[in-house]
Ligand binder design. Structure first.
Ligand SMILES: Nc1ncnc2c1ncn2[C@@H]1O[C@H](COP(=O)(O)OP(=O)(O)OP(=O)(O)O)[C@@H](O)[C@H]1O
Ligand SMILES: [Mg+2]
Length: 943
């Protein structure tokens, strides 16, 4: 493709490029460009020890030593030192360190020490949590393997991607992911999907470079003929390629940073960001007010500055990143027990928010074992001819072996091991080794056809070739003009037809009536739950000059139908029931015929079952409303409103193309405001939709491309584990929200109290250091929230982020705690008579508020974590109870630890204060409960 003007690539341009391109990326480009400029046959001359027969074991071993395992930077667990830095470098620590330095500069060693210890403690906690979650993540990710077919010493072996080295020859068929940057030396109908790198959905053609390119040829890394990049995948066709580079030497690794940026943020990230903005907004308003009031009253502007800064720190939930990460890691480990691997940790929370689960049919709703059930003529009479021809087609094609091809081949294998009479007949008859494949047009899910052009050497059916096409019934029928005359080729149509007797030109024109009869037969068999393919032929096809292509699939002779049993998974209907109870609707998006999809949906309880029409001859009217086919959907594409309405209404989407699966997922996502959609699929044709969904799910046995696109991989195919994952996702989500609501509301309450105190009290109500310390203790006490129990009612429906709900909670519950802060101020003022900036009792006032604030905050964790009565109706997990108790003990002990209490500027409280404290905590419990009841009445929610 010549897109560039010849005079543009002068020296100046490459200089500009040199400066703008990352150096690593440039090296990668140059290396690939060398291979792009030479014919496919010459590539092996460029690398030592390589040949079209693949590397020898020895050469592969030494290459592995030299280049290391084929792992991309994005998958490598971050190093311990990077994690430590990440834990250390955050605004909370930065502020503390700045304050510490100011303190040591003014000679306050004690405060300095306390601050440094606080930095170390919070960094240590974060680091430990992250280290744990990261190493768990790495372990889980390692359990997913990407299989690659490679030639080693001319023998085909299946390797894990990590073992592939430069120089390896990879064998490609549709669905395969390129394990590294590769150069093609053989290709047939090869198209490559590059969406993982470029976002471009349409696959591009790739071929082998035959001659030398023109001298002005300029290499374009994305847009070229013969270079295929790591992480892109084969959409259709087959081929062979030599690996040029692997791991961090690939193009993908060189642009990994940009790729990470490209990915749109998911609801989880958006939610955390919104909460952060909300808090920043509060901070921007509160902090200047506190500063001005404090400074104005005390005239101590430096003290007011410190104080305002500590208030700012107080209002940020600095443990949020850690709690989110720990929550996610924990849930990933929990679902892994059910053999669910979460590739992107935050996908598990999104899973909790899913309200629509789109699924393809075969292998996900049905068991992964499609079996041949029979073979008939167009009118439904048994005949094994269609099956025999389908077998030749399946056995000789070189693309991916999908379930249909596997079923056909297995059928013949199984028949030939069992010594039945018909078996020997079949074995005698279809001798695949006597047939040569001349060319093929690979299967693709939009065309829904697969053709091979074959030739039999000994007994000639024809000196030229026989084109055998198999595919979806309507698609095959559209291309047929004639119909095979079964009756004339043997005495009875049900008797086995010898392939030798098969004369493709014994055919009569395909009349409109005959066509209708075939469609009726197909619909009847579909209604019985059989998957169908149709088989057709064309004789005397000359081997085309270049390759066979889709325009050769015309004027075919219709032969018959092959039916397949595709039984439902035994647990599928229960799992769908369970999902429905959780508020998750399952919809089917399949390339298969509507009648089969309807039957499956009925049996699974997705559609109401129609016992009134036992023969299932046609789809009842009321079901038609819930179903749509790909062509009907395409007809609506000009009318957006009707299209959207169809998406909302329909539960079954039949005969949809891969691109339509994507369209449906995108449409469902954008409709119904913030709805979260998951897609479950395993095929090449599902990859686009998997990538586009909020949560893409695939299965370990699925095609590599589908696994690559997915966020979650099921090691065991079962819908039930998805239901389990949904629950787990919700639990994680509720615990995160719990933390955020607790942290924001109590911080807000604190700031609110500080504002009142500033306007009233002539002294600082609490010292900056005390406020920070209190904040740190509170954060510690919440570290086990990810392990907390969740009341079952919060798990019943999809849950999603709502910044408004968080703001409302904070505004209602924050000031509630301020009531008792004010009580403490009153006690200090009236009971202990502390009314003056220079009173020696100011530290006592501050200690009192420190104690009251810390204890009520700890206590309130138990009240806020549930909408019910704590301890009685809903109990926190042991870890939460233990930690809050422990931190309470620490709080009470602080005034009695001489060094610490001096460093924090505290004194021992008067014994009678404990009496006041007990009364306040009791009062607080009652008040919060009342607020809780009112709040839940008003807003119909709690967490
Ligand atoms: N290997 C094949 N050869 C010929 N025709 C095929 C082949 N595989 C599938 N088909 C036809 O194409 C149709 C669509 O199949 P495809 O695999 O694209 O759909 P799908 O959405 O993955 O289906 P499912 O929901 O059952 O998994 C099938 O119903 C069948 O008629
Ligand atoms: Mg499929």
């Amino acid at each position: 493709m010549e897109k560039k003007l010849p005079f543009v690539f002068s020296k100046t341009k490459s200089e500009v490029e040199d400066n703008t391109l990352d150096k690593r990326e440039r090296v990668v480009r140059e290396k690939l460009a060398r291979f792009a400029r030479i014919p496919g046959s010459a590539i092996f001359a460029l690398e030592p020890n390589t040949s079209p027969a693949g590397l020898s074991g020895e050469a592969a071993r030494s290459a592995l030593e030299r280049h290391g395992p084929n792992i991309f930077a994005t998958e490598r667990a971050p190093q311990v030192i990077a994690l430590l830095l990440r834990a250390l470098l955050n605004p909370f620590n930065a502020i503390l360190l700045v304050l510490a330095i100011v303190n040591i500069a003014t000679g306050d060693k004690a405060t300095f020490t306390v601050m440094v210890v606080m930095v170390m403690a919070s960094t240590g906690l974060r680091f430990w949590q992250e280290l744990k979650s990261v190493s768990q993540a790495a372990k889980l990710l390692n359990s997913i393997t990407t299989r690659v077919r490679v030639l080693r010493s001319n023998e085909e072996v299946e390797l894990d991607r990590k073992e592939v080295v430069p120089g390896d020859v990879v064998l490609l068929s549709s669905g395969d992911v390129f394990p590294g940057d590769c150069v093609l030396f053989s290709a047939e109908g090869l198209t490559v999907a590059q969406a993982s790198l470029t976002g471009e959905l349409m696959p591009v053609d790739k071929t082998v470079q035959l001659g030398l390119p023109p001298p002005e040829y300029e290499f374009d890394i994305i847009d070229n003929e013969n270079i295929c990049l790591a992480s892109t995948s084969v959409a259709t066709g087959s081929g062979r390629a030599m690996v040029i580079s692997t791991g961090d030497e690939t193009y993908m690794a060189s642009i990994a940073k940009d790729l990470a940026k490209k990915r749109p943020p998911n609801i989880m990230q958006v939610g955390v960001r919104r909460v952060s903005y909300l808090l920043l907004g509060f901070m921007a308003v509160m902090v200047p007010i506190v500063f001005v009031i404090q400074g104005g009253i005390s005239k101590d502007w430096k003290g007011a500055g410190f104080f305002a800064i500590s208030v700012a720190v107080g209002i940020t939930p600095e443990m949020l990143p850690m709690v989110v990460a720990a929550n996610l890691a924990l849930s990933a480990v929990r679902v892994a027990r059910k053999k669910v691997i979460v590739k992107r940790f935050d996908a598990i929370q999104s899973l909790g928010a899913v309200s629509i689960l789109c699924s393809d049919k075969t292998g996900t709703l049905t068991i992964d074992l499609v079996r041949v059930s029979g073979s008939t003529t167009g009118s439904g009479d048994p005949s094994d001819l269609p099956l025999k021809l389908a077998y030749l087609n399946s056995a000789l094609q070189t693309g991916t072996r999908g379930p249909i091809d596997r079923a056909i081949i297995d059928f013949f294998k199984n028949v030939s091991v069992k010594p039945a009479e018909d078996a020997s007949e079949v074995e005698d008859d279809v001798k695949v080794e006597e047939w040569n494949k001349l060319a093929e047009v690979p299967f693709d899910s939009t065309r829904r056809l697969l053709s091979v052009l074959v030739f039999r050497s000994q007994v000639g059916i024809d000196e030229k070739g026989l084109l055998i096409t198999k595919g979806a019934v309507e698609e095959v029928l559209e291309r047929c003009t004639q119909m095979y005359d079964h009756a004339s080729s043997s005495s009875s149509p049900s008797a086995p037809t010898k392939l030798d007797d098969f004369k493709p030109n014994k055919a009569s024109p395909l009349t409109a009536d005959a066509r209708q009869e075939i469609l009726d037969t197909a619909e009847r068999l579909n209604g019985e739950g059989l998957r169908l393919i149709a088989v057709a032929c064309k004789s005397s096809v000359a081997l085309p000059f270049m390759t066979l292509n889709t325009s050769d699939e015309t004027e075919l002779v219709f032969i018959g139908l092959v039916g397949f049993l595709d039984p439902l998974k035994p647990d599928a209907s229960e799992a769908i029931d369970r999902l429905a109870k959780l508020g998750v609707q399952v919809r089917i998006l399949t390339g298969d015929a509507p009648a089969v999809a309807a039957k499956v949906a009925r049996d699974l309880g997705i559609l109401p079952s129609k016992s009134s029409s036992p023969d299932h001859l046609s789809i009842p009217e009321d079901e038609k409303d819930l179903m749509i086919t790909g062509s009907q959907l395409a007809a609506l594409s000009t009318d957006q409103a009707a299209f959207d309405a169809a998406l909302e209404r329909c539960i079954i989407f039949a005969k949809v193309s891969p691109h339509q699966k994507l369209q449906v997922v995108e449409g469902l996502r954008s409709g119904g405001g913030g709805r979260v959609v998951a897609f479950l699929g395993d095929g090449v044709n599902d990859a686009l939709a998997i990538r586009a969904a909020d949560v893409g799910i695939s299965v370990d046995s699925g095609t590599e491309i589908a696994k690559e696109a997915a966020d979650i991989i099921l090691l065991e195919k079962s819908l039930d584990v998805i239901a389990h994952g949904v629950l787990q996702g919700r639990q994680t989500f509720i615990n995160t929200i719990k933390y955020i609501k607790m942290a924001t509301s109590s911080n807000f309450g604190n700031v609110f109290s500080v504002l009142i105190a500033s306007a009233w009290l002539p002294y600082q109500p609490i010292q900056p250091l005390q406020l920070l310390f209190q904040n740190l203790l509170y954060d510690f006490s919440q570290a086990t929230i990810p392990w907390d129990n969740v009341d079952p009612e919060y798990l019943a429906a999809p849950t999603t982020w709502n910044a408004r709900s968080i703001a409302r909670f904070m505004i209602f519950l924050g000031p509630t705690s301020s009531v008792f802060d004010i009580c403490t101020f009153l006690i200090n003022w009236y009971r202990f008579g502390i009314r003056d900036q220079h009173s020696p009792l100011v530290p006592l006032a501050q200690t009192n508020w420190f104690l009251e604030g810390a204890i009520t905050q700890l206590f309130i964790i138990h009240f806020l974590r549930t909408g019910k009565i704590p301890f009685i109706q809903s109990r926190a997990s042991v870890s939460v109870v233990a930690l809050t108790t422990l931190v309470s003990c620490i709080v009470f002990a602080i005034p009695y630890i001489p060094k610490l209490s001096a460093a924090l500027g505290m004194t021992r409280p008067k014994p009678e204060f404990y009496g006041f404290l007990a009364a306040m905590v009791t009062g607080y419990a009652i008040l919060v409960h009342i607020v809780k009841v009112i709040y839940q009445r008003m807003f119909k929610e709690w967490l």
